[in-house]
Unconditional design. Structure first.
Length: 524
């Protein structure tokens, strides 16, 4: 099989017949020489807005492979795909079933791989099943009734359930784990296009069914889920795990996977008594909203109506030396109240699969580190909390929102302009300078005005900014060794909350890696 790259198909001619014809032209062969082909990757080349093309990468089964390899060695190469395989089992007997704390992407994929290899994991989740969790979240958005254990942050599927469902990742995938993640999502209900789109996404509406299907399959393979149950303590002897205690039971176990997510603050405080935890840099900022039409026209020009909703990725180095960048950009989506603590407010972005809401939104965040919030391992959490309490106070319990012109002028907005909020949860006009530190406000102003040179209208006076975007990544890292184990034998920190991932796909991959490490160490 061959991998053929850089196959251009004009947007208005994008169909299977044109793609096949383009493959034949690229290879300079006749139709009877092409036995089969499949799409490996599809992206958009919009550098020339008068001539936008889809760029395909395909695998082909053809006659005379050796002859074709000599024609264009840059774009026609032998296909080398790493196929996923589980490792061989280790030499240490596992006396008790492994326990996974948390059922976000890291926890679910770790549990799935363990279940596929007959380890029958137990999954502890403080929140509810996804179908019940959705009801609690909707109630919070509609009436402000917050369930502290079942919300946008906590519950089956993790925080990524109420997001854009992006599946792209920047990490290297030499073991085929990313492919395993995407194929798993398709198996449980995601559209097959995620296997080849350059920037795949699922959307919160489809993710909910996929998560439920994964849970049911894990159970069918011997896994057990305990919902509405909080991990509270652990017991160990001679630096080796013996038991864990939850709000409802005590479990004997040799192996504990900490896939706790970045908002499990009470758990971090408990674990800090036992494990080696260090603070790590993260980022804080706002979420900015524009009409999706503006973004589409800027990215695609007159061809925008023929293409899916456009996204963007923006970076800037402020004069202060801090990085400012867009994060979790949601085409055609919502700004959502994603709070999980009393009298504290944080926000995120969310899109459904079709991305068909009128506004685009993205976090614009400024990098910070221990110089800003202190050297204690948990100081970053307290810094987040301080800003979230201010956001709640200044927003009077709702999402504090401000026109961009007013933010620049450091004055509260008195009225909206031409852009209407598309939010999940109510909003309140406020001055975000009363929430964010001065250095963050200064760098945001500098960066967003710069972004206005890159995307027309980005710094429009009526653009809406809201706060506070504080849960961008975990403020801590639970240290682990080369076997992915913590300083207590049998404990495996995992995923975004433990400080080893940043998004759905990388979290899922880390969950698989931890499952592999467990399998390599133990047998049942």
């Amino acid at each position: 099989m061959l991998r053929v790259r850089q196959i251009k198909v004009p947007v208005l001619k994008d169909n299977s017949d044109t793609l096949k014809e383009s493959i034949l032209n690229k290879l300079r062969i006749h139709g009877d020489e092409l036995k089969d082909y499949a799409i490996l990757k599809k992206s958009i080349d919009a550098r020339d807005k008068d001539n936008i093309n889809f760029i395909y990468e395909v695998k082909v089964d053809v006659l005379n492979e050796d002859k074709l390899l000599k024609k264009n060695p840059n774009d026609i190469i032998l296909l080398e795909q790493k196929e996923y395989s589980a490792p061989m089992k280790g030499n240490t007997l596992l006396n008790h079933r492994p326990v996974v704390i948390g059922s976000g992407p890291a926890g679910l994929f770790c549990a799935l791989v363990l279940a596929e290899n007959n380890y029958k994991p137990i999954i502890i989740e403080r929140g509810k099943k996804v179908e019940d969790r959705v009801k609690d979240v909707e109630l919070f958005w509609e009436k402000g009734i917050l369930n502290l254990s079942s919300n946008v942050q906590f519950g089956e599927g993790g925080a990524g359930t109420f997001s854009d469902g992006k599946l792209n990742t920047l990490i290297k995938d030499s073991e085929g784990l990313g492919k395993k993640v995407l194929e798993t999502f398709v198996k449980y209900g995601a559209p097959e296009e995620i296997l080849y789109l350059n920037k795949p996404h699922i959307g919160t509406d489809l993710l909910q069914n996929i998560i439920r299907n994964m849970r049911e399959d894990i159970i069918s393979m011997g896994g057990t889920f305990f919902f509405e149950e909080t991990f509270e303590d652990l017991v160990f002897e001679n630096n080796k795990l013996k038991q864990i205690k939850t709000s409802k039971q005590t479990l004997d176990t040799d192996v504990l996977v900490l896939a706790i997510g970045h908002s499990a603050r009470d758990t971090f405080y408990m674990l800090n008594n036992y494990l080696d935890i260090k603070s790590k840099p993260f980022a804080i900022g706002v979420r900015i909203s524009h009409p999706q039409k503006w973004i589409n026209e800027n990215q695609y020009g007159s061809m925008a109506k023929y293409l899916p909703p456009a996204d963007y990725k923006l970076t800037y180095e402020a004069q202060s030396g801090r990085g400012v960048y867009s994060f979790c950009m949601c085409p055609g989506g919502f700004v959502v109240n994603s709070s999980s603590e009393d009298k504290a407010l944080c926000i995120n972005g969310m899109s459904n699969y079709k991305r068909d809401e009128a506004n685009a939104n993205s976090a614009i965040i400024v990098t910070i580190d221990s110089k800003d919030y202190g050297d204690n391992p948990l100081s970053g959490i307290e810094f987040q909390r301080k800003l979230e309490h201010l956001a709640y106070e200044k927003g009077e319990g709702f999402i504090p929102t401000q026109r961009w012109e007013d933010f620049k002028n450091n004055t509260s907005s008195k009225a909206l302009g031409s852009i209407n909020p598309i939010y999940k949860g109510n909003y309140h006009l406020a001055n975000l300078h009363e929430i964010l530190p001065d250095y963050i406000c200064h760098d945001l102003i500098e960066a967003i005005d710069n972004f206005g040179h890159k995307i027309k209208g980005f710094n429009d006076n009526d653009a809406l900014v809201s706060a506070v975007e504080s849960r961008t990544s975990s403020p801590v890292r639970i240290m682990r060794d080369e076997t992915l184990m913590a300083n207590i034998k049998g404990i495996y920190p995992c995923g975004e909350g433990a400080g080893y991932a940043g998004g759905i796909t990388s979290s899922a991959i880390d969950g698989i890696k931890v499952a592999h490490s467990i399998i390599e160490n133990y047998y049942i």
